[in-house]
Design a protein around this ligand. Structure first.
Ligand code: COA
Length: 144
């Protein structure tokens, strides 16, 4: 298993993986293309049999990075993929001079909250009723 940068040819599959998860940002194919083409963004993938099964994306202005989207494909959940993608991407960003990573997560998204805490992200503030004017967002930060 290895982390690979996303390519323009991947955008339809990326939109499919993102769209299959309730808590990921549902970017469509042109939005993924825009992310892939911007110099300040990174989109990393993991593939199985040449098919993307997980991705993560960041906006990077070193020394800061913001995790902007992240999903593991439905039938691949709980196999350690999310941990692999997050861990490897953090190493990659650290090598590029990133010192702080922030992200926003729905506090009702227990799998993601647990995963981020496992990687020592800390909640630094809450945005009340941020999602659908009902669920709070936690702003989390990891200092490398
Ligand atoms: C969050 C997500 C990426 C985790 O991916 P994954 O491949 O299932 O994660 P892993 O198998 O590596 O699990 C890592 C840890 O996450 C937590 N976790 C994952 N799924 C969980 C679940 N259903 N319930 C509780 N904790 C869970 C656990 O702490 C787990 O560690 P453990 O296996 O040692 O208990 C995945 O659930 C997902 O794609 N969710 C939808 C999109 C999303 O929420 N994106 C983040 C938006 S901020």
């Amino acid at each position: 298993m290895r982390l690979q940068p996303a390519l323009p040819a991947d955008i339809n599959r990326l939109a499919e993986v993102a769209g299959a998860n309730p808590f990921s940002a549902h970017w469509n194919a042109p939005e993924f293309l825009q992310e892939i083409n911007q110099p300040c963004t990174r989109v990393y993938t993991v593939r199985e049999n040449n098919t993307i099964i997980a991705f993560i994306s960041y906006r990077v202005v070193a020394p800061d990075a913001e995790l902007t989207n992240f999903a593991v494909f439905g039938n691949c959940l709980r196999r350690g993929l999310g941990s692999f993608v997050l861990g490897e991407s953090i190493k990659e960003l650290a090598a590029q001079g990133v010192k702080n990573i922030t992200l926003e997560v729905n506090v009702t998204n227990a799998p993601a909250m647990k995963l981020y805490e496992k990687f020592l992200f800390k909640t630094v503030s809450l945005r009340k009723k941020f999602y659908n004017n009902s669920q709070d967002a936690a702003l989390m930060r990891l200092n490398l």
